[in-house]
Design a protein around this ligand. Structure first.
Ligand SMILES: Cc1cc2nc3c(=O)[nH]c(=O)nc-3n(C[C@H](O)[C@H](O)[C@H](O)COP(=O)(O)O)c2cc1C
Length: 411
């Protein structure tokens, strides 16, 4: 298999007027979705937030949380961490398979605050500085070390944090321009403008962008070097291409990416060898690399504006790959297509041997560190409280549903 080619993210920032960025999204910004948005003019993608502590200690967490392929670049892996050994250890393990790591200093969920992760870190900026500095010292450029944070009530404090980060060698900063207490209101554009005038490293602005026009406007008004989108890219993965709603082609691409990602090399070859014209490609009900929920939830988001209310009621409650495929064939005339051999090979998940790179974590961790705190609810949908998605399934909440709410509803 060919080697992954790495991207120099800072070089990209300098080449482009501004970067179009797909946000880190727990459960959603996974490999298949990242591959999809890359086809629609997205310049930079983030993994969902991964708990560095579990990642370092558990091979299961590593296998389920981090997959990538040759199309998946430039890629930033986001971690939630509050110790040097977790953040640096986890970053070192993923370094050959991505282009940078990001420290989450924005998550306001209660469980994160209780563990002193996410936005709680902003109460002790020295801790953030230490993590960034140590990581920068251990992993060489052009690999980037970035931070995603929310603004504080007092902009001077946020400026100080950003300047402190620059001092520690941070590569770029993403600012979700809302305070930890304000999840859904309008963003503070003035804060973004002040920050982008004050901070020297590239700044990505985030919050409330619903279209390409919104993104262009935000960039022009604030001078940020990138615009990150979360909620709106879920409902319209082609947003950065300027599409107003998800196109049929985009749904087709999603189906193709998902279908092909469930095949092994042998299965792909066997399928090609058969008479393709007579094939009815189907996603097996228990594929190894794609959960039904991931596949279906994304379609629920994407089809929100394409289906009428009655169709949505039916579609949102489907429970199997086969019934979803029948529905798409019937209503949109879309059926999965097999990738050609070369494209398929490039789309195969890379073999990731993080074990050979765990020595730094072992060297840095204090001797008493041993228990693994696996927060399975983040990783395993069946163990979650389900609130995250149930709004979508109760039909009428569909209208203008704000996913930021869903994300924070896990409190
Ligand atoms: C479903 C969902 C999952 C999210 N997961 C993460 C995450 O893993 N890490 C993170 O820093 N922010 C996460 N966020 C916050 C977004 O990255 C983003 O900061 C926020 O939604 C505001 O952007 P928007 O207005 O474009 O949605 C998540 C948001 C949503 C909607």
């Amino acid at each position: 298999m060919s080697r992954r080619s790495s991207s120099d993210v800072l070089e990209l920032f300098s080449q482009k007027t501004w970067m179009k960025v797909c946000a880190p999204m727990v459960r959603y910004s996974k490999l298949q979705f990242r591959n999809l948005v890359k086809r629609y003019d997205c310049d930079l993608v983030f993994t969902p937030m991964i708990l560095a502590d579990s990642f370092c200690k558990s091979a299961k967490a590593r296998d389920s949380e981090f997959t990538t392929n040759l199309f998946d670049t430039p890629l930033i892996t986001q971690f939630a961490a509050n110790t040097v050994h977790d953040f640096v250890g986890a970053s070192y393990m993923v370094a050959p398979f991505c282009d940078g790591v990001d420290l989450n200093c924005g998550c306001p969920q209660r469980w994160a605050r209780e563990m002193n992760l996410g936005c709680s870190l902003l109460k002790s900026p020295q801790k953030i500085f230490e993590l960034v500095k140590e990581c920068r010292n251990r992993i060489s450029k052009p690999f980037t070390i970035s931070v995603k944070l929310r603004i504080g009530e007092n902009i001077q404090e946020t400026i100080k944090v950003c300047q402190g980060l620059e001092h520690c060698g941070v590569s770029f900063i993403t600012v979700h321009s809302r305070t930890p207490c304000n999840n859904t209101g309008p963003i503070n554009e003035d804060a973004l403008k002040i920050l982008s005038q004050t901070v020297k490293v590239p700044l990505i602005g985030n919050g409330g962008v619903n279209s390409l026009d919104d993104a262009v406007g935000l960039q022009e008004r604030t001078g940020v070097k990138g615009v990150m989108v979360a909620n709106a890219i879920l409902t319209n993965p082609a947003i950065f291409k300027g599409e107003k709603v998800t196109t049929r082609q985009c749904v087709q691409d999603w189906l193709d990416i998902c279908y092909n990602s469930t095949l092994t090399m042998e299965e792909h070859e066997r399928t090609v060898a058969k008479d393709e014209a007579n094939q009815c490609y189907a996603i097996s009900e228990k594929p190894s690399s794609l959960t039904f929920q991931c596949f279906h939830h994304h379609l629920v988001f994407m089809l929100e504006k394409i289906l009428n209310k009655k169709e949505r009621q039916v579609f949102n409650n489907l429970k199997q790959f086969s019934t979803v495929q029948e529905f798409l064939a019937q209503h949109l005339g879309i059926r999965p297509k097999l990738f050609g051999r070369e494209h398929f090979v490039q789309s195969l998940p890379l073999n990731i041997h993080t074990e050979s790179r765990d020595f730094l974590y072992n060297e840095l961790k204090p001797p008493e560190e041993s228990v693994c705190t696996e927060y399975d609810f983040l990783y395993d949908s069946s163990k979650s409280n389900g609130k995250f998605f149930e709004g979508k399934l109760t039909d009428e909440i569909n209208e203008d549903c704000d996913w930021t709410d869903m994300f924070y509803e896990n409190d």
